[in-house]
Write a protein that binds this ligand. Structure first.
Ligand code: ME8
Length: 518
């Protein structure tokens, strides 16, 4: 018998600039990506999930100068802070890449040389507007003159400065038709559709060649054969996705297995880099293109942009401290439609915690399990014949995997969770209507069936929520007597075993009580 094949699945987050500590926007991207990676693993895929830090460029160099430290030290120090946060958030990455890793220099050099060999790199003089904060070039038309005579990027509001230097260019203009053909033939390449439309209209307007090297500073990957130049930070940054799977060794096992990437998860401010520049670089280098770039929205604090001056920047670690990791992960993924902007507030988090987690899921598990503990000798009860109500509920729970998978496959994480909570609401209604506490006296056998059905739905939900709330799901499955090896998605197809001995039930989601009311 051949072992069942596990299809490879390579997915990535953006790699963050470690010029400061991570904020809730970073945490959001990692949590969402982690949930998708965990889902794929439970669903039988051989997942390679990568995240990391983007350490070169002028922004890093200038921040280090302001702080009076070496840029290398700034990068190392903050990269560690990002890794520490990933640990607290339960991010199950397979590699944390740093663009100062030695294999990354080799990969960046190799993609550059391939683009040179394709005839797409030439030396000329660049003059135009550059935003250090965005690490992006803007045309004059994309900037706005301020009253004080300075200029900002119209789109992002960051200051731009006039830049004139000798640089290498990448012939991006030559790729307009090929890019448009890509968007046309693979509409799934950019999601959500609104982002795709923006990019199609941007590229349809014509593309200018892209300045891809700098000479006025040296914190970057040296341009092969011309040590006066370092690569534009986005050239090496995007290449991280190739480094992680063994490029330039295209014969390596990792490259053969995982390239092209299945999914890049990024935020809306960097869609142009990932859906225009990146595929063009890859086409030039003769490499296959990623299957999909999913663009998520931005997080706002009560609808306001987070900013240090407004003082509403929320430290993700403090949020975890306050509400617990499972609640933070659940809130972000259930409350916000993935792909759209979203807002968070204390009130909204507490509402989700108490209504969705504590009432709908925690109470259901607690009520059914404590009845089992008292009345069924602490073992999963033996069901009698199922009634129509039992069968209808079980059918809904059994249909969940397919439904949730369909939503997660298009990164509609919030809709996957909505489907699960819909079944939980049905289960609560079922439990109330069946009144097992009355059956205990009138029809104990029927009580056992009702409890069995309820535990089975809680088990199915427990397995399906593992990607989003790994710790809480572990608790639920443990109090249901489910061994760690019986928690994969294929295990959904086998009913909970009557007679399984259960540990004493423990509450999983205590209600959030305001500190002043505690
Ligand atoms: O852009 N809400 O790094 P970065 C949600 N190094 N997401 C947000 C956000 C917010 N308020 N603010 C930022 C870079 N993000 C580059 C990426 S990839 C080859 C190089 C997201 O630290 C942002 O959209 O500025 C991006 O996906 C990620 O956080 C890192 O942002």
């Amino acid at each position: 018998m051949t072992a069942p094949s596990r299809p490879p699945f390579f997915m990535t987050t953006a790699i963050a600039y470690p010029n400061g500590a991570p904020h809730i926007g970073h945490a959001y991207e990692y949590i969402a990506s982690d949930a998708l990676a965990r889902f794929k693993r439970l669903d039988g895929f051989d997942v390679f999930f990568m995240t990391g830090t983007d350490e070169h460029g002028l922004k890093m160099q200038q921040t280090a100068e302001k702080l009076g430290i070496e840029v290398r030290d700034l990068a190392a120090r903050n990269s560690d802070v990002f890794q520490a946060m990933d640990k607290v958030l339960g991010i199950s990455y397979d590699r944390f890449i740093r663009t100062t890793d030695s294999d990354h220099y080799a990969a960046s050099k190799a993609i550059w040389e391939r683009m040179v060999a394709a005839g797409d790199i030439y030396l000329d003089t660049y003059s135009g507007w550059y935003s250090v904060r965005d690490e992006a070039y803007y045309t004059e038309g994309e900037t706005t003159l301020q009253e004080d005579g300075s200029r900002i990027s119209t789109d992002t509001g960051t200051p731009v400065e006039w830049t004139e230097e000798s640089t290498y260019f990448f012939k991006l203009s030559a790729y307009q038709d090929r890019l448009l053909a890509l968007y046309e033939s693979h509409p799934e390449f950019i999601a959500p559709a609104t982002r795709r439309n923006e990019i199609v209209s941007f590229v349809s307007g014509g593309l200018k060649d892209l300045s891809v090297s700098r000479t006025t500073f040296n914190w970057g990957v040296p341009v092969p054969g011309d040590s006066d130049h370092v690569m534009y930070v986005w050239v090496d940054a995007l290449t991280n996705y190739l480094t992680g799977v063994g490029f330039p060794d295209t014969e390596s096992e990792a490259f053969g297995k995982y390239w092209p990437a299945n999914l890049h998860i990024i935020g809306k401010d960097i869609s142009r880099f990932h859906t225009v520049y990146w595929p063009a670089f890859l086409m030039s280098a003769g490499l296959e293109l990623p299957k999909r770039v999913f663009v998520h929205g931005f997080l706002y604090n009560k609808g306001e942009k987070m900013s240090k001056s407004v003082g509403n920047v929320v430290d993700p670690l403090e949020m975890v401290e306050e509400y617990g990791l499972d609640a933070v992960r659940f809130f972000l993924l259930r409350e916000i439609s993935f792909g759209q902007d979203g807002s968070y507030s204390h009130e909204a988090i507490v509402t989700r915690m108490n209504a969705d987690l504590s009432n709908e899921l925690g109470n259901l598990a607690q009520r059914s399990l404590s009845m089992v503990a008292k009345n069924c000798d602490g073992r999963v009860p033996t069901p009698g014949e199922f009634t129509d109500a039992d069968n209808a509920l079980l059918a809904q729970a059994d249909a969940l995997l397919e439904k949730v998978r369909a939503e997660f496959d298009v990164q509609a994480i919030h809709l996957g969770l909505e489907a699960i909570w819909h079944v939980l609401a049905e289960t609560n209604r079922y439990f109330s209507a069946q009144e097992p506490w009355v059956l205990r006296k009138t029809d104990p056998a029927r009580m056992e069936t009702v409890l069995y059905v309820t535990l089975e739905v809680v088990r199915i939900v427990g397995i399906l929520v593992q990607p989003v709330m790994p710790d809480a799901a572990d608790k639920i499955l443990t109090i249901l007597g489910q061994q760690p090896e019986a928690r994969q998605f294929p295990d959904l197809a086998t009913r909970i075993v009557a007679g399984t001995s259960l540990p004493a039930p423990a509450p999983v989601f205590p209600r959030y009580v305001e500190p002043e009311d505690a």
